[in-house]
Design a protein around this ligand. Structure first.
Ligand SMILES: [Zn+2]
Ligand SMILES: [Zn+2]
Length: 388
């Protein structure tokens, strides 16, 4: 089964929405223009209910099928926010706001889900209720968490939920998914090392925080190599090191470091947090300094439910004929994980072809993927809630 013919007809319209979003990127929860346009379009399609302001700037649309004998309710989610990147695509619809850019393809996700909503509202060829979810602040702000905290799942009676993200490197029109962990949990940490600054020629009178920090950086690498089971995935990256000295001859009093931890398993996540604390405090103690770890848990693991992964793959297979059902998990993180923590569901990748990677200034969503993505969203509804 190729993509639905209706999406070939709707392609120019959906592409125009996508390019309009691309030209007008907004960050985190400040997606006021985008959310306003989404809500206006959903009302124009004749959605039964359109609610703004869920999770601050999220938008939810409700589309009832021709019948509702099962009482089933399915949620479909897209994200709306852009990134603080200076665009280098050179396209004529490039960002009009320097320093803001749709470099993760959320412009495409939002446009495809709008296309599916338009189609579902005009055909209603299903038995149950479709809920279309447009979330803000996927890029680090926890917009999905905010929408869940606002009671979205209960309020709209959502029983299962599906999300999609484009992925460079996978051919356009191909899909990729896996049951279980699809994306990692992402935590962040700050380390403060305090010693005794002083003259670089008198190290014996100082407690050199630079040396302590260096030992901590090296010792932290043993978490992945010596602490965690080699068959489990883990990343520990220390990405920022800042001393309070800018001189060639001053031993700094304080060194601050920042980093991230990525894991796929809650037990490993606990283990890493504990071990990192021991390494930070113990290494500093051994070298006569003090060090403090501030560890903050971020997005949880994006966990695809086995059964729902099967449904998502079946629909993708029907739409495109090309589905990798055992794609490798990624150590990136995804805010959709909060929705999957509340309801069973699945998250799938849609190929974006041979383009720059997401978050790169030359990345651009490929509009040729629209009929596949929009058909998948609509197909999830029609397949999970077949017309009575
Ligand atoms: Zn992103
Ligand atoms: Zn993204």
């Amino acid at each position: 089964m190729p993509p639905k013919n209706r999406f070939a007809e709707l392609l120019p319209e959906i592409t125009a929405w996508r390019r309009d979003f691309h030209e007008n990127p907004e960050l985190l929860f400040e997606v006021h223009r985008t959310a306003g346009k989404v809500a206006e379009l959903l009302r124009g399609f004749g959605c039964d209910e359109v609610v703004e302001g869920i999770g601050r700037t999220g938008v939810v649309g409700v589309i009832r099928g021709r019948t509702d004998s099962t009482g089933r309710v399915i949620g479909l989610r897209a994200d709306m926010d852009a990134l603080p990147i200076i665009e280098q695509t050179g396209v004529e619809y490039a960002s009009k706001t320097p320093g803001k850019m749709h470099a993760c393809g959320h412009d495409g996700h939002t446009a495809m889900l709008l296309g599916a909503a338009k189609y579902l509202a005009e055909t209603r060829n299903f038995d149950g209720t479709a809920v279309v979810i447009f979330q803000p602040a996927e890029e680090g702000g926890g917009g999905g968490r905010e929408m869940c905290a606002d009671g979205m799942m209960g309020r709209f009676g959502i029983q299962e939920v599906y999300g999609m993200h484009n992925m460079p490197g996978i051919p356009v029109g191909h899909f990729a998914i896996r049951p279980g962990a699809m994306m990692a949990a992402a935590d962040q940490f700050d380390i403060t090392v305090t010693g005794k600054g002083g003259h670089a020629a008198k190290p014996h009178d100082c407690i050199d925080t630079t040396v302590v920090a260096a030992h901590i950086i090296v010792a932290a690498q043993t978490i992945a190599s010596r602490t965690v089971d080699p068959l489990k995935q883990v990343v520990v990256s220390i990405c920022t090191v800042a001393t309070d000295s800018t001189a060639h001859n001053v031993i700094p009093q304080v060194v601050k470091m920042k980093g991230t931890v990525r894991t796929m398993d809650p037990a490993v996540q606990d283990q890493v947090e504990q071990r990192l604390k021991e390494i930070v405090e113990g290494t500093a103690l051994a070298l006569g300094a003090k060090a403090e770890l501030n560890y903050q848990r971020g997005y949880p693991v994006t966990m695809n439910t086995e059964e729902n992964t099967g449904f998502a793959a079946e629909v993708a297979q029907a739409v495109s004929g090309y589905v990798d059902t055992n794609t490798a998990p990624l150590m990136g993180a995804e805010d959709f994980s909060f929705m999957l923590n509340e309801r069973p569901g699945a998250y799938i990748f849609l190929g974006n072809g041979d383009t720059a990677m997401v978050h790169h200034p030359a990345y651009n969503f490929d509009d040729n993927a629209i009929p596949f993505g929009a058909s998948w969203y609509a197909g999830m509804v029609e397949t999970r809630m077949p017309a009575a």
